[in-house]
Design a protein around this ligand. Structure first.
Ligand code: ZN
Length: 403
């Protein structure tokens, strides 16, 4: 059937297919989210070279085989589609054999072969045969896997109800694996893998004291002795509430001291050459906290993050995203959350605040109803939120020098 195309504004892309995640529901390591925001690639100064590929980008690790789905947006279900790579030294099509025809599911598999700078590659969907006309393009970025060591501190503040060894506490030695594995499913396409070891899961104890005694103490693990709190709380101050890292403005009205408990926590028995993750029972109004750190801060003490017992794998992955240098996806140029509820922002791992449950459609951003999105942006788009874009590139820069 002939198609008449009327070109507007000097150029027009007619794209009968799109690329989407191969699965719905929770993030899966071998089914990366596809950054399909916009078609014009621009010069992409912050990312990798230039290419004339039109369409979506995806990232994957060298050696990994990942699944991506072709969505037939404007093409007959009976049309035979084939998938090919423009450079099989960089990425190759693993399934379907010979590139096609694509199965009814639209799902194909590609394998990352090599990580080379400024060598763009495209996966092309072709009509009719492996030599047919190109009807859609996906630009994969392939990365060597970088490992980042985590040190996990299971923190008890005043024992009762927050004892890390009791079975009713959410974050225990036994479920660290679940948390880290979930975060790894989200970060795998960026070529980042978080590791932990039994020796780097440690228990910390803080005990508050009441008048006339003053000042909380913590167990200094290397010497097994009780010591006064490190700064900024220091010897005279208390953690305000049992089991809790308090950061609310009512307790700490001076904004310069609002995060003193958090900053103090990060100085309790930190383990060198690891990202220190402090698991506490509760935070005041947060389930995870981390500074947005950058490469220039490498080697500085007092960096790390905290998660509460209610934190999910998504929350851990989000805080690790901050640690790896990323502000919120909806941050404006001054770094403030805009609370913009556009789905293309809400879908991002680094989105600031999940929208309310109603209207319900707002809460399905491709991961199922009321499921957080976990897209880590590959593209750097021009526009209001470009300062928060290019998360893969920014994170990898930090990941290569992470401690
Ligand atoms: Zn955040």
């Amino acid at each position: 059937m002939a198609i008449r195309v009327r070109v507007k504004h000097e150029q027009q892309s007619v794209v009968p297919v799109r690329f989407v995640r191969a699965v719905t529901g929770a993030p899966v390591a071998d089914a990366p989210d596809v950054d399909d925001r916009g078609f014009a690639m621009g010069t992409r100064a912050d990312t990798w070279g230039e290419s004339d590929a039109l369409g979506a980008m995806v990232s994957l690790a060298v050696g990994d085989t990942v699944r991506v789905k072709v969505l037939r947006e404007d093409i007959e279900a009976a049309a035979r589609l084939y998938v090919t790579s423009t450079d099989t030294d960089l990425v190759r099509v693993v399934h379907p054999a010979g590139g096609g025809p694509l199965p009814d599911s639209g799902i194909f598999s590609i394998q990352g072969v090599a990580d080379r700078q400024n060598e763009p590659v495209a996966v092309q969907v072709r009509y009719g045969s492996a030599n047919g006309p190109v009807v859609g393009e996906l630009e994969p970025h392939i990365f060597e896997l970088v490992h980042i060591r985590l040190a996990v501190h299971l923190v008890t503040i005043d024992g009762a109800g927050t004892d890390r060894r009791s079975a009713n506490v959410a974050t225990t030695r036994t479920n660290v694996d679940t948390l880290v594995r979930g975060a790894n499913a989200i970060w795998r396409p960026c070529g980042v893998r978080f590791t932990y070891a039994d020796a780097r899961i440690v228990e910390e104890t803080i005990r508050r004291r009441v008048a006339p005694a003053t000042g909380s103490e913590y167990l200094h693990r290397p010497s097994n002795t009780w010591r006064a709190l490190p700064n900024p709380l220091g010897a005279a101050a208390n953690f305000a509430a049992a089991g809790t890292v308090t950061t609310d403005a009512a307790t700490y009205p001076d904004p310069n001291h609002q995060y003193d408990e958090f900053d103090t926590l990060l100085n309790i028995n930190p383990i060198a050459n690891a990202v220190n993750v402090y698991c506490v029972h509760a935070g005041t109004g947060w389930v995870g906290l981390s500074y947005v750190t950058n490469v220039g801060m490498a080697g500085r003490a007092g960096l790390g993050l905290a998660i509460a017992d209610t934190a999910s794998t998504f929350d851990l992955a989000h805080e690790l995203g901050h640690y790896l240098g990323n502000n919120h996806a909806d941050a404006d140029n001054a770094g403030h959350d805009t609370d913009n509820k556009d789905v293309w922002l809400v879908r991002r791992l680094m989105y600031s605040q999940w929208p309310a449950g109603a209207p319900a459609y707002r809460n399905d951003v491709g991961y199922g109803p009321n499921q957080y999105g976990a897209l880590i942006s590959v593209k750097t788009l021009d526009g209001d939120y470009s300062n928060a874009d290019g998360e893969v590139a920014r994170s990898r820069l930090r990941a290569r020098n992470p401690y």
